[in-house]
Design a protein around this ligand. Structure first.
Ligand code: ATP
Ligand code: MG
Length: 400
């Protein structure tokens, strides 16, 4: 008997001719994400991926409790729908009964309140002498005899004992839900504008869930924004990289550029001019690092810089598509995702991001094109953008 992980694939299985390349990418991503859990064999059959330890006694597979960390890591890999820890063994119905008993024992130790269950069975190997309903009946009866405190309940039982008969036999109970999506790496890379807030990490997570690898850019205005603010962005990048894979965080030294803007453009237009410069620097970095789009955490109407006019005013300075996955989302829904992906506690730490320091008291919420021309007339935009690109520090971010 050995424990293995059974991971279920989602949207990938709907792919046609290119399904193979999505599956290869998915297995590569699992390999990368799980490398700190020992030497593993990762293979696939039909819509499932099996993850087995190559060594005899890998501590991450010993019990449900021991497997929690590796299962969480599997759930961070886009393309996976859910994962279960399964017992894998050979043999006839006797061995199925034995393994089911020890599976239920372990489960009851961890969940002493469980009272009801049912057995579900799948028989892929048609040479096995019992049908699925027979397995369910006989095994259910046997478990009732062994655990007299339990009752069978068909609708909403406390737990289900799943039996699968394939080349080997498998027994498991329960599953951990993953984030679905498509494997990262099946689409071109995007440049995420990552601030220390709630929205942009969620935006990065959402695009990565469609298969997009990420790089990130952060505009840092030291000493107006502190080293703690920068560390917070590094921490957020690390959290996002748990889903998107390794990324490079480009930290733009934005202080002097922002001071120049502060001096030379009207206060009420500062947000717009600043965001226009930010987007142009981001686009240039994106081109340099082979990214095909920019990604922001903007949501329509959320703040002054996110009215339709303000968005249009920043949009027009770049050629690349700007993806805004949160554009139609309610703040609460964004916060829910932020909590779910483990970013929220870091995002709400109180360090300033650069926009809050230089923000005007009454920013123009509906800037006209003439306002923008007027605001930028004394600025050497090309020089500002070029300085931004040159003054960048690159930090490689891994999820581990
Ligand atoms: P967030 O919660 O992501 O900080 P926000 O609600 O604070 O967003 P804004 O400050 O208007 O909104 O920023 C809108 C978007 O612009 C952010 O989601 C982010 O993508 C980008 N952005 C803002 N400030 C920075 C920064 N200092 N560095 C990189 N990107 C930034
Ligand atoms: Mg912000």
């Amino acid at each position: 008997m050995a424990n293995v992980l059974l991971a279920r694939m989602g949207e990938v299985t709907l792919k046609g001719l290119n399904r193979g390349s999505f599956e290869i990418q998915l297995k590569m991503n699992l390999k990368y994400r799980l490398k700190r859990f020992g030497n593993l064999k990762i293979y696939q059959s039909q819509s499932r991926i099996w993850i087995e330890p190559k060594e005899e006694d890998n501590p991450n597979f010993r019990s449900m409790a021991d497997a929690e960390d590796i299962m969480k890591a599997v759930c961070q890999v886009f393309g996976i729908v859910s994962v279960s820890l399964a017992r894998k063994f050979e043999g006839d119905f006797e061995s199925i009964k034995e393994n089911a008993v020890s599976c239920v024992k372990e489960l009851l130790e961890q969940n002493p309140g469980y009272q009801t269950f049912k057995v579900e069975s799948k028989r892929g190997n048609k040479t096995f002498p019992m049908t699925s309903p027979e397995i369910c009946d006989e095994l259910g009866g046997y478990l009732l005899d062994t655990f007299p405190e339990l009752k069978v309940k068909v609708k909403n039982p406390d737990f289900i004992v799943n039996v699968e008969i394939r080349e080997s036999n498998y027994i498991y109970s329960g599953k951990m839900m993953a984030h679905r999506g498509l494997p990262v790496g099946t689409c071109a890379k995007g440049m995420l504008l990552l601030s220390g807030g709630i929205d942009s990490p969620v935006a990065g997570f959402m695009m990565a869930s469609r298969g997009m690898p990420l790089d990130a850019v952060y505009f840092h205005s030291y000493p107006y924004t502190s080293d703690l603010a920068k560390q917070k962005v590094i921490d957020l990048a690390k959290i996002v990289s748990g889903y998107s894979g390794r990324m490079t965080l480009h930290v733009v030294n934005f202080t002097q550029i922002q001071l120049d803007l502060y001096k030379q453009s009207p206060q009420d237009m500062l947000t717009v001019t600043m965001r226009r410069v930010m987007l142009q620097i981001a686009e240039r970095l994106a081109l340099k690092y082979d990214c095909k789009c920019l990604i922001t955490g903007e949501s329509l109407g959320q703040v002054a810089s996110q009215t339709m006019e303000a968005i249009a005013a920043t949009n027009e300075v770049v050629k690349m598509p700007i993806l805004r996955p949160l554009i139609g989302m309610d703040k609460q829904a964004t916060c829910d995702i932020s909590r779910d992906i483990g970013a929220f506690e870091t995002s709400i730490l109180p360090y300033e991001d650069c926009c809050t320091v230089f923000v005007a008291k009454h920013p123009k919420t509906h800037p006209h094109p003439e306002d923008i021309i007027e605001a930028e007339k004394d600025l050497d935009i090309e020089d500002l953008v070029e300085r931004g690109v040159l003054g960048t520090e690159d930090i490689v971010i891994d999820p581990f």
